[in-house]
Ligand binder design. Sequence first.
Ligand SMILES: [Zn+2]
Length: 143
Amino acid sequence: MIRTVQGLTENNTQHYLSQKDIKKLSKLLIKNHKQINIDVLKQYEIKKEDIATGVVCPNCDNLPMKREMRHWLCLACSNKNADAHIKAIYDYALLINPQVKNEELRNFLHLNSSTSMYKILRAMDLKPNGSRKAATYTIPLPK
Ligand SMILES: [Zn+2]
């Protein structure tokens, strides 16, 4: 017997879930959704020191980019980019820790100035929790 897709569709008209049930189920799934929170480095046995740090050039993937007045400069391809640090900051949050101090993130981005780091964090709408050197910032993890 040859069955066509159309034939299968015609013969399977019974709905197992009503529209109302599907809505209920999707609400329940969304409500119970939890962010996967795994320690990626631990899982793959990678040492924190083995991670290449710095801002990656979005044009040629070279790193680290060099911070200039208002942008990042790639020393390999001369590309200039004002927002290249954003990806690096999310990488830090996902790989190492979403709670970060100015100095820790500055070291990761190869940024010398704590004021520049502060400005970058504020521009991303991240507010310090605590004061001065001890202040931590919570980087929101992408959903
Ligand atoms: Zn480049």
